[in-house]
Design a protein around this ligand. Structure first.
Ligand code: ZN
Length: 83
């Protein structure tokens, strides 16, 4: 899996709806790619903190904001890495 492919599955992975096979590839990629690891770790922490406050389903608005922030952070991390 390449970074660009990982980005495609990022939302599904974070939501826990990604295929098991994809999930494995995803984790294999993260093990060897620090920028992707950082982004996914950060977003996981955000979700955990949020869930501690509200243990039910995430509101759609939060979801959308999260996904936008996720993609933005991913791009920033990767662009910074290349420059
Ligand atoms: Zn990567």
């Amino acid at each position: 899996m390449k970074c660009e492919e990982l980005l495609k599955y990022l939302n599904e992975y974070v939501d826990g709806t990604v295929d098991l096979a994809v999930c494995e590839e995803f984790e294999k990629h993260m093990a060897g790619c620090n920028p992707c690891q950082v982004v996914v770790d950060n977003i996981r922490k955000t979700i955990t903190l949020y869930k501690e406050d509200q243990p039910y389903t995430l509101p759609t608005e939060f979801h959308e904001r999260l996904h936008t922030a996720l993609r933005q952070r991913w791009k920033e991390t990767h662009t910074g890495d290349r420059l």
